[in-house]
Every structure is written in structure tokens, then in C-alpha cells.
Write a protein that binds this ligand. Structure first.
Ligand code: GLN
Length: 490
């Protein structure tokens, strides 16, 4: 059973069906693997192995009666600590929610449970999903499985690192400005942010509501497609959820292999200029050349407002965060200061003690840009530029089916390198943010390793609801290269 932990869903499904192994055996293999590597990787904030084994036994029981629920029956899925799972801690990696237990399931968790998945673990992240390195967690930093002194990216660093190190088969993360794609790139796995409105956010603790989306991490494109397919769909409990016909991404991928459509791919000049690491540039260009050699049409395009994405994002995201995080007041939820003299004191001290530095910085920034006298100069202006950024994409998508860029300007950096310099940390999101501002789907695909053995990610951006296109384009590259089989040496 030793290599089950690095298997993909298709292999596991077959093995479970043929009774080569049981779901309990699979779960034990993951627990053993995690016991072996977790002291190095530190991807989990919490895990309840007993509960996972109980869920696995239930799945085996269903299987023995020919009553399996769905494609994920018996497959363990790791969960970012920002998604509500009934009866489990929900801390958002913050002291503010130190002893909070979720009273209900997020919609995506309910969907996974209905598909028979085993919901396992609370995966580490930057506090309230604010960060790019997982260093802003109140429960310690996660390490990059490829190089333990490097960060795994963030904010969903635990979700990416756990998949890369064979601790979970697939996992869920969230992406507000790159928090799925950037850690996926840094850890050498597939990570996907769906179109805004495709996946319900009911039960996701809100960071920036006009940007947040839930999405999958996996070691290959097909597994990402299976997990995504299980969590999409209209949900009346999320007012931003959209009614769109659901697609069977897996069969679209299987069909695409037979009749390969040759897409037109756009390469935006702005994403390959200053500040881009030379090895990343080379790897992404090599991938573009490969597409061209296969008959894809490559077109140079321009997204002229790209340099405004970072400032616009940090105005809009902090404004929304300052409003969303107002609910953590020391009265409701968990952290309440003991040492108080008045009601104001209760608010001030509880928030002062409960939130970490980065979260406080965002709340202050957000409150400032929304304050009277500054609203027009910052927030309103940022919203106007956001429209221009969207229009840039609309224009580009009149000519191309998808857009190829690097996911990040650099490979994973050393722990501590940027944690004292918020601006250089923010600039790491330069290639991922515009996708959230425009509400588009995008995925990060591993396209090789640097000389230092750090993964490189390529971003494929799609049109609104272009999930099947970007999955197909990524899958075509993946099955013609062996990058998905590279594993860190843990
Ligand atoms: N790194 C970005 C930030 O710190 C994005 C975070 C995210 O996508 N949750 O805001």
C-alpha cells in the first residue's frame, strides 16, 4: 500500500472498485505518509485521523453494498482552514477564532460529502487568507516540500504543500488575488481559480467578497477537473452564485484527446517584461513554443492596464476586508479580551489581541481608503480602473481563446525574505490579481523545475465560464510532458 498516497483519482477509483485496497487502507496510507513528513512540511493546523478513518469505513461499507455516492467516494480531500466543516475547528489561521467550531457545512463541503469524499484536516494558510507565503499564520509557517527553507506560497500554502508532499490526494483552497494559483506554482501542482460565481461561497469566511472564489489543488489536470466538477453549481444561499449549466469536465478532457482542438492563445507583452525571473521566462516560452509546434495559433496581445492591478487590488481587497472583518468584535465568535473596562475597550482589546499584524495592516488600509474625503480618490477610482482591466480582457478575448502567462514573477522565496517588506510581498501577486478583478477562470500548471529544483508554474487564463477550455489546454500540455510525475525529495 506504500505508494497509494501519490496516486491519482482514476487509479484509486479503479483500485477501490476492484477491491485491490479499501478506502480505510488508502486513508491509513495517507496518515502514515503524513506522520512521516508532516514535521518537515507542517501543512496541517489540525487533523482528526479517527474521524477520517470512520468516514473511510462508511465509504467501504457503501461500496460493499454497491451504493457508492459519486466519483469521489472514498477519496480523501484536504480542506483549507477557511471553509466551514460542521463540528470541526474553523480558525482561518487566526487567534481571533482560536476555539471556534463550525456549526454547519459550507456548500462545497456538503457537495463533497454527497459525492462520498472523506473530508480530512484543516490546512494551514495566511491569517484570513491575507498573504502570499503562509508566514502570516498564527499557527506557524508551512514549508515548501521542494526546499524546506522556502515558503510554499499563500495564502493556501497548506493546501498546496499537502498535495505536493503526498499527504492528501487533492485539496480545496481559496483565491482572492492568486491564493490558489501562486502556491500551486511554488509547490509544483495544479491549482485552479474558477469563474466568479461558479462555486458557491456559502460557508467560506469572507475576505474580499467581490473577488473570493473556492477552487481545487491536484497533482494533475484530470484530478483538478473531477474536484471542480463536484463543487460547482447554483446555490441560492450565495447571492453571487450563477445559474449556468454544469459541465462534465472529465469527459470533455477525455473527448479532447481524441479530437484535439487547436486553440488560439494570447501572450500578453506586459507579463514578460521587467521583474520576471529568467528561468521562469524561458520555461513559459518553451511551453508556448510547444503549443505552436502542435498547431495552436499564438498571438501577441496587450493588456495595457496590467501595471495598475496591484494598487487597484490592494485598495478594493482591503476596503472589502475592513468591512467583512468588522464582525469579529469580541462579542460574537471566540476571542474576547479578559482585561476590559468598557464596551469600547472590549472591541479595541479583543481585536488588538485577536488579529495578527498583516490583518491589522489591511483593516487600517481598507478603513482609510473608504473614509470620507478619501473615498473618491481611492476606492471609486480603483473601481473605475477595475472596469478598464475587465475591458482589456474583453478585447483580448475577441481575438484569442485563452491567455498564457507566468503564474509568478519568481520561484518560491526563502522564508523571512519578504515578511518584513509588505510591498515586495504584494508585488509577488502581479500576474494573478487581474484575473480576480475581471472575475475570470485561470489555472496554474507545472512546467518544469529551475536549476535549484524549484517548480515553475504557467498560468492559463480563460473567458468567463471557459473552464473546460483552460482544462483542455493544460491537459494537452500535461500528457505530452512528464512534469506532473516530478516529486519533491522529502
Ligand atoms: N496574496 C494576495 C493577498 O495577500 C492574495 C490572497 C488571496 O488570494 N487570498 O491579498
Amino acid at each position: 500500500m506504500s505508494d497509494l498516497f501519490y496516486s491519482d483519482i482514476a487509479f484509486l477509483k479503479r483500485g477501490l472498485k476492484q477491491k485491490d485496497f479499501s478506502s480505510v487502507e488508502l486513508m491509513k496510507s495517507l496518515i502514515n505518509r503524513t506522520n512521516l513528513v508532516e514535521s518537515k512540511v507542517k501543512a496541517f493546523i489540525d487533523r482528526d485521523d479517527e474521524d477520517a478513518l470512520r468516514q473511510a469505513a462508511e465509504s467501504d461499507n457503501r461500496r460493499s453494498k454497491n451504493m457508492t455516492l459519486g466519483p469521489l467516494d472514498g477519496i480523501p480531500v484536504g480542506i483549507k482552514d477557511i471553509l466551514a466543516v460542521k463540528g470541526q475547528p474553523l480558525r482561518c489561521a487566526s487567534k481571533m477564532l482560536d476555539s471556534y467550531i463550525s456549526p454547519y457545512d459550507a456548500k462545497c463541503i456538503e457537495q463533497l460529502k454527497n459525492a462520498g469524499a472523506i473530508i480530512w484536516g484543516r490546512l494551514n494558510m495566511d491569517e484570513f487568507a491575507m498573504g502570499s507565503s503562509t508566514e502570516h499564520s498564527a499557527y506557524g509557517t508551512t514549508s515548501n516540500p521542494w526546499k524546506l527553507d522556502c515558503i510554499p506560497g499563500g495564502s493556501s500554502g497548506g493546501s498546496a504543500a499537502a498535495v505536493a508532499s503526498g499527504e492528501v490526494i487533492v485539496s480545496l483552497g481559496t483565491d482572492t488575488g492568486g491564493s490558489i494559483r501562486q502556491p500551486a506554482a511554488f509547490c509544483g501542482v495544479v491549482g485552479m481559480k474558477p469563474t466568479y460565481g461558479l462555486v458557491s461561497r456559502y460557508g467560506l469566511v469572507a475576505f474580499a467578497s467581490s473577488l473570493d472564489q473556492i477552487g481545487p489543488f491536484a497533482r494533475n489536470v484530470k484530478d483538478a477537473a473531477i474536484l471542480l466538477e463536484s463543487i460547482v453549481g447554483y446555490d441560492p444561499k450565495d447571492s453571487t452564485s450563477l445559474k449556468v449549466p454544469t459541465e462534465n469536465y472529465l469527459s470533455i478532457l477525455e473527448e479532447s484527446v481524441k479530437c484535439q482542438k487547436k486553440y488560439t492563445l494570447g501572450v500578453p507583452v506586459e507579463f514578460f517584461s521587467k521583474g520576471l525571473d529568467i528561468e521562469i521566462k524561458e520555461k513559459v516560452y518553451k511551453a508556448i513554443e510547444w503549443y505552436q509546434s502542435q498547431g495552436y495559433i499564438i498571438k501577441e496581445i496587450s493588456l495595457p492596464h496590467s501595471d495598475l492591478c496591484v494598487p487597484v487590488y490592494y485598495i478594493i481587497a482591503t476596503a472589502e476586508a475592513s468591512s467583512n472583518l468588522a464582525r469579529f468584535d469580541g462579542v460574537r465568535y471566540t476571542h474576547r479580551s479578559k482585561d476590559i473596562e468598557s464596551i469600547d475597550d472590549l472591541f479595541f482589546r479583543s481585536r488588538g489581541e485577536g488579529f495578527g499584524e498583516e490583518v491589522k495592516r489591511r483593516i487600517i488600509l481598507g478603513t482609510y481608503v473608504l473614509s470620507s474625503g478619501y473615498y473618491d480618490a481611492y476606492y471609486l477610482r480603483a473601481q473605475k480602473i477595475r472596469s478598464l482591466i475587465r475591458k482589456d480582457f474583453d478585447k483580448a478575448f475577441q481575438e484569442v481563446d485563452a491567455i498564457i502567462t507566468p503564474t509568478t514573477p519568481t520561484p518560491a522565496f526563502i522564508e523571512g525574505e519578504k515578511s518584513q517588506d509588505p510591498l515586495s510581498m504584494y508585488l509577488n501577486d502581479i500576474y494573478t490579481i487581474s484575473v480576480n478583478l475581471a472575475g475570470l477562470p485561470a489555472l496554474s500548471l507545472p512546467v518544469g523545475l529551475t536549476q535549484n529544483k524549484l517548480p515553475v508554474g504557467m498560468q492559463i487564463i480563460g473567458k468567463v465560464f471557459g473552464e473546460s477550455d483552460i482544462l483542455t489546454i493544460a491537459h494537452d500540455f500535461e500528457i505530452n510532458h512528464d512534469y506532473k510525475d516530478l516529486r519533491p525529495n522529502l
